[in-house]
Write a protein that binds this ligand. Structure first.
Ligand code: GLY
Length: 541
């Protein structure tokens, strides 16, 4: 899809339509982002919403500045590092702690929307809610993906809680594709937010409902207080930018591991000639996966909430350091797993955290007629989050992105659970600038820790192999963060299996459902790509 002035890409056509409508009324990318997020909360409730957290990269064309906002959830003040441990000191099973109140972090998405709009919005706040309110009032058609998500573990989790069960399983039957779904409770919530910008959510009646839902959960009653919600702050962080083949790639710094890890993967790969190898050579994907193993080893050791543990980001991205890491890759043989973290700084007394999770996340890319851009990745952690449904929206289970163990082999884990701390994320909202500093690309994806290879692959497609962004998104997904090396089922990647096994990789073929949403600014206009693996759409003007 090509447009001349403005473009919105998101995971659901109704959300994209709401965003474009705001742009057409003269709104900025930030105005459009608020409208898109509110509709996504309604129509793709399994993935994101005001009960969760988000990271934003925003390019302001007029001031040529890049801002990153951290709207990540934080752990309530009453938690302690043993919260996810059994009485014998061993970690509880991930599936046992996700449902209910214990896993719920203090939500940040709404505060981020308010903060971004107060600084960079143009239209009146209340106008940004009209489309979501109309859809929640009159009903919308349940999508095949929402219905299918109710089949598995996510649906079972919801059925454990009366409020969620009543909404997603009316009269005991899962919502079906095409069902008309209304959400009167969410209408009330949206109207309240439309009036008070989140005062009730963080300090009033909605705050009371969130706290009651968490603390009175019939499973895993949680520890959140009203004071936790009242204390929520959006934080402006320094974006992480690095060079790749003459482009500047900018991403989200800690508490997300996305920016640093994508930059490390590309920084290691820059020492190889991937342009010559091309996108379908087994060696390309051997190198891609080996670079990923090295980058993930560093991520697991160093990256966590920077207000608790500062990571040596400059050292991790130093060219000489990455050259050494690249030199440790054997062209003829897969390295043993887990790979060892490097020593970018001399003294390190930490243990790695290898927490992985199941993703419930969404990505939004928007460019407006003034050349501003938004790259927003937004999440409630796993599909349907904690399963707690209150005031018409789902609460996240983001606290399971912390390491369940505080230490290993006598050494602390940087991403351990602590009061007031934000769990490490893999979300990788990305903006790319060309050698003259002009905005070139916005991209991001859901996918848990696989977000990182999904985004890195798409950047390679556009920057290394000159693909248009849709072609780059369509490239088969290949990822190896934990466990086996995964090749995307039903794609040409399956043909690489024998060669990769020959190199010593343990290979598995499986679905790898990214949700990449990208926009590239070209001389011919804005070119957009939406991931065909999900229900996303590109619309432009
Ligand atoms: N919960 C997904 C992430 O933050 O990476």
């Amino acid at each position: 899809v090509v447009a001349t002035r403005e473009m919105v890409v998101a995971a659901h056509p109704l959300a994209v339509d709401a965003g474009l409508n705001i742009l057409e009324r003269g709104g900025t990318v930030i105005d459009a982002m608020v409208a898109v997020q509110m509709v996504l909360n309604l129509v793709e409730p399994q993935s994101s919403g005001i009960g969760g957290g988000a990271f934003l990269l925003y390019h302001d064309a007029q001031t040529q500045s890049l801002i990153s906002l951290d709207g990540r959830e934080f752990a309530p003040q009453r938690v302690d590092e043993t919260m996810f441990l059994n009485d014998d000191g061993k970690p509880r099973r991930w599936f046992d702690v996700v449902p209910g109140g214990l896993s719920v972090g203090v939500p940040g998405t709404l505060a981020l929307m308010d903060h971004a709009h107060a600084r960079f919005g143009r239209l009146e706040w209340y106008t940004l809610f009209e489309q979501a309110i109309a859809l929640a009032t009159n009903g919308f058609s349940v999508s095949p993906r929402l219905s299918k998500s109710l089949d598995g573990y996510g649906g079972k989790r919801l059925q454990q809680f009366t409020e969620a069960s009543d909404y997603f399983f009316p009269h005991g039957r899962a919502l079906q594709p095409g069902d008309l779904l209304k959400n009167p409770q969410f209408v009330e919530t949206l109207k309240t937010i439309q009036r008070d910008r989140g005062a009730s959510f963080y300090r009033g009646q909605i705050a009371g409902e969130i706290v009651a839902s968490v603390r009175e959960s019939i499973l895993n009653a949680g520890l959140m207080d009203r004071a936790d919600l009242a204390a929520y702050q959006t934080i402006e962080r320094t974006p992480v930018c690095s060079q790749y083949r003459g482009h500047q790639i900018c991403g989200m710094g800690p508490p997300s591991s996305g920016g640093v890890t994508v930059a490390q993967i590309l920084g290691i790969l820059e020492f190889f000639n991937l342009e010559m190898l091309g996108s379908d050579h087994p060696m390309t994907w051997h190198l891609f996966v080996e670079a990923g193993k090295l980058a993930f080893a560093d991520r697991n050791l160093f990256l966590a909430d920077p207000d608790f543990t500062e990571a040596p980001i400059d050292a991790l991205l130093a060219r000489d350091y990455l050259r050494n890491r690249a030199a440790s890759i054997d062209l003829n043989s897969a390295m043993a797993v887990p790979a060892k973290a490097g020593t970018p700084v001399e003294t390190v007394s930490l243990s790695p955290d290898t927490t992985d999770g199941l993703p419930g996340t969404s990505h939004v890319s928007i460019v407006d007629r003034d050349g501003n851009a938004v790259s927003l990745t937004t999440t409630i952690e796993s599909g349907f989050g904690s399963g707690l449904f209150t005031s018409g929206f789902l609460l996240n289970n983001e606290l399971t992105d912390f390491s369940f163990r505080p230490k290993q082999d006598g050494q602390l884990i940087a991403n351990r659970l602590e009061p007031g701390k934000r769990p490490r994320s893999s979300m990788s909202p990305t903006l790319v600038f060309n050698s003259s500093g002009q905005l070139h690309m916005a991209v991001g994806s859901p996918g848990g820790s696989r977000i990182i290879p999904y985004v890195a692959k798409t950047l390679l497609g556009v920057l290394e192999w000159d693909m248009d962004v849709q072609e780059a998104i369509n490239l088969p997904n290949i990822a190896k963060n934990f466990g086996t090396m995964d090749l995307e089922a039903g794609t040409s990647a399956e043909q690489l299996k024998a060669d990769l096994e020959q190199l010593g990789h343990k290979v598995r073929v499986r679905p790898l459902t990214s949700g990449l949403q990208g926009i590239v600014i070209t001389p011919a206009g804005l070119v957009g790509g939406a991931d065909p693996r999900r229900e996303g759409l590109v619309l432009g003007d």
